[in-house]
Every structure is written in C-alpha cells, then in structure tokens.
Design a binder for this molecule. Structure first.
Ligand SMILES: [Zn+2]
Ligand SMILES: [Zn+2]
Length: 332
C-alpha cells in the first residue's frame, strides 16, 4: 500500500517567495510493521550480506561488564502486548492473560539486563534497494544501502554508533544469515521489523533556525495569530526519510563539516522516533485510519518502536565529495 503525504495546508512559498529557491525534496520511507526478508527494503529486517564477509562488531563495547536487554525478551514482550491490546476486553479486567502478565511483569516492562560476552555484533537498522528508491545517493555501481548500529552509547550525543555499507546486490551470490546481538542497550534501539513504502518528492523548507534573520522574522510575523506553525506544519517532514532538511529542534544548527575535507555536509538519512504527531496532524499519510480506528499498541505513528533519546531524531549527514569520507550524526 502506498502512503501519501497530504498537500501542505498552506503553500508557504507562495506567501514568502524567498523560500521557493530553498525548497528541497525528501523521500519519506513510511516504515510499517511486516516480515521483511533480506530481499526487501526494510527497517530492522535481515540484511543481504555475503557469507565470506565478517559481520561487523563494535570494538568499543565488549563484555562482560556491559549489560543489556535480550532482543528475544523485548520481541516476546512486544508480541504479547500487541496481541493483548488487539483482543476484545471486558472493562475492569486485565488485557493480558495471567501467563502473559507474569511474563511481562517478570521483565519489568523493559527486560532483565544480561551481561555481554565479547564484542557485540552490529544490529541491522535499515536496508534500502535502489530499485525502491531510484534517487538513493550511492557510489557508482552500487544499488544497496545498509545501515547498522551498535546500540550502546557513542560520541557526545550518547547515541548508537552507526555504520553505513553500500554494495551491489547481485554480487552477493551466497548470502549469510543475519546474526542478532545477544543484548541491546535500550528497548528503543531495537527496531521492529518493518517494510518500507517510499514516497519521493516530499517538498521541504529549512527549519527556522537555518533561515537568515530577516526571513526568519518574516516567517515569525506570518505565523503570528495564524493557525499554522511554519516549522512543524510546513517546513520539515517528520519520520524516517532520505534527504530534505534537518529537524533542528532543541539547539541552533551548527556547521556539519566533513572531518576529512571540510566540505559542508548534507542531510542524508533521518531516523525518527515517530512518523507524525500521532493525531491528525498534516503529515499523517492520507491512507491512515482515523485515530479511533487505530490499534492501541504499537501506536500507528511509532511503527519502528525506535526511540532516539527521548523522542528525538538521529540525523545522519554525508559528505558531497566522497562516500568514503566519514558520516556525521546529530541528535535533534
Ligand atoms: Zn559500540
Ligand atoms: Zn569530505
């Protein structure tokens, strides 16, 4: 099923024509729970990986002093809660069976932390075939992007440490099975397996903090007393996406310059904690059911169950000069 972003409630570039040349398009990926295989574009699904290539591990995080949650415990708990919330229930009674309640309570809703033994294998986060997103930026000759992370804290933002891989799918003649790490640091850093429904051509404008002062003031003057918030309603699309603009939210944008060559980097991939505001906000795809027809768990606008920090986004920037230059990550 396709997912379609509704037209913006206001054509802001017609109101403020100086914004028109700043328009960029993004590809909203629209992940939705499913059972992806290595042949699919996915979030949190198995990756197409050659048997003769070692699976990457994180050298910074080794056990046994490090503890985390068992992904199988987290998945079992999610399954129980999904089934429980989907059943008809009598008011005043538990929505779980006594066995389910005992299991969920035994995990304390978040799981029992277990020690890690050795280096932790990286976790599959995203796999994107160029056939599903023809505009995917990629090194010549490749047609598959793979994103993996170590769920434990990396860098100043204390976010998962991301690795990007590009490959040519037809060169993977004998694939290996995807290994899953024995533990993950947080429930929110274990992506739920999702299939993607990419929507290209979503038009975005810079967050207000990225506009020059004069234009930012005119945007603020336009917002005054009106019904719409420029930033959240008209400028930056929420959710997992390629390209577009960064959702600079709790701090002013800082220059994202390549550590290798100094070039200004561009937003490449956004990993978001939610796909829209959860209600009937203007970024909610047209195909979504009305709020009172949506499942109670997991919530429709949080299909990946990824939670960056406390409901923020992870923005991955790339150098325009070379795919070999290291990417940058920012939490917003
Ligand atoms: Zn790590
Ligand atoms: Zn560079």
């Amino acid at each position: 099923m396709t997912r379609t972003t509704p037209p913006r409630p206001v054509d802001i570039a017609a109101v403020l024509p100086e914004l028109a040349p700043l328009a960029r398009t993004s590809v909203r990926l629209h992940p939705r729970p499913g059972a992806p295989t290595a042949a699919d574009s996915s979030v949190g699904g198995p990756l197409l990986w050659p048997a003769d290539e070692p699976w990457p591990t994180c050298p910074e995080h080794t056990g046994p002093w490090l503890t985390g949650y068992d992904p199988e415990d987290l998945r079992a708990q999610r399954r129980i809660l999904t089934e429980g919330w989907a059943r008809p229930r009598t008011p005043g009674t538990d929505f779980l069976t006594p066995e389910e309640r005992a299991f969920v309570n035994g995990l304390g809703y978040t799981g029992v932390r277990k020690p890690l033994d050795g280096e932790v294998p990286l976790l599959p986060v995203l796999q994107l075939y160029a056939r599903d997103v023809p505009s995917l930026p990629r090194p010549p000759g490749t047609d598959l992007l793979q994103v993996l992370w170590c769920s434990f804290e990396h860098g100043e933002d204390c976010m998962p440490g991301v690795q990007l891989r590009w490959r040519t799918a037809e060169e993977v003649r004998s694939p290996r099975e995807t290994p899953w790490p024995p533990v993950v640091s947080e429930n929110g850093y274990l992506p739920e397996p999702c299939l993607l429904h990419p929507e290209p051509g979503v038009v975005e404008y810079p967050a207000p903090h990225e506009l020059d002062d004069d234009l930012a003031e005119r945007v603020a003057a336009w917002e005054e007393g009106g019904a719409y918030d420029y930033h959240s309603d008209l400028a930056v699309a929420p959710g997992w996406k390629l390209g577009g603009y960064g959702n600079w939210s709790f701090c002013d944008p800082w220059p994202m310059n390549c550590e290798e060559c100094g070039s200004a980097m561009r937003p490449f991939l956004t990993v978001d904690s939610s796909e829209w505001d959860g209600g009937t906000g203007s970024w909610c795809p047209e195909e979504e059911p009305a709020p009172d027809e949506r499942p109670l768990y997991p919530q429709s606008h949080e299909p990946t169950m990824v939670n960056i920090g406390r409901g923020y986004t992870m923005q991955i920037h790339l150098c325009p000069e070379s795919f070999d230059h290291p990417h940058l990550q920012a939490m917003q």
